[in-house]
Design a protein around this ligand. Sequence first.
Ligand code: 8YV
Length: 316
Amino acid sequence: LYVTRKLPEEIIRPFRRQFDIQMWLYEEKPINREALERETKHADAILTMLSDQIDRSLLEQAENLKIIANLAVGYDNIDLSAAKDRGITVSNTPDVLTETTADLTFALLMATARRIVEAARFIEQGSWNNWAPFLMAGKDVHHKTLGIVGMGRIGEALARRARGFSMDVLYHNRSRHLQAEESLGVHYAEFESLLEQADYVVCLAPLTEETKHMFDKEAFSRMKKSAFFINASRGKNVDEKALYHALINEEIAGAGLDVFEDEPIDSSHPLLALQQVTCLPHIGSATIETRNRMIELCLENIALVLSGKKAKTLVI
Ligand code: 8YV
């Protein structure tokens, strides 16, 4: 088994009895292409993640590979059709990260609406020398309308949180989610109609050919001027230039972003300069408990597949 990032030895150790485990050991830098090619060429299994592109040319050389265990619920970093052609199993980590990612998404929405990061920076910089009635005044979240684009597991978990804050919830999805409509009192809306009605538009859709750049100039122009856009899914679902222009032209009020078109971004990224934007370094599922559960699930899937069984959380 080759692990493409340094992971905590305590979680890996119990599995060392079962597999010969090799790992990329440089904590501060991702695996380079050359090493990735060299290691996947001979491995029976790889435990990999979004920062690694598992493409056709890599898979064509992978002589023994039986499973790619992706440390994420999304798998847009893997060429699924190439994996299928070579009979390689792909697994992901759904469910174990649902509640954690919904927590972060709601926290990002709250932080953006209530200017929490900006206010913390303000006080740290020593700028709080007076109380003023509208100092760091944000916008209400309770009783507002939330529009969720992508009503999968995380979307549903976010809807539950929003209902607890007395929000009205609209959602848009490829298919209706009747159970959520019934149990949570959420309402289906066409994409355009959701954009026009929501005070907070949250993207939780996976990245696919259909969702790529679904938030474009036209989409942002449909949103209310007072509305906020939150993205905790994939950066490429958004045309970032269109988002930037919508923000500077005040077509929308602000944005909270945990993901970007090209990650990681550096401090010169134009969106970082906007005071009405809260940016996070893709930490949706980043809690110690959840990261540990994700790693364990990957290792369980690998153990199953290498002993001839089906992965627990199978993509293909
Ligand atoms: C991952 C994510 O932690 O699960 C996903 O799809 O985006 C995150 O939970 C991150 O992508 C690391 O692979």
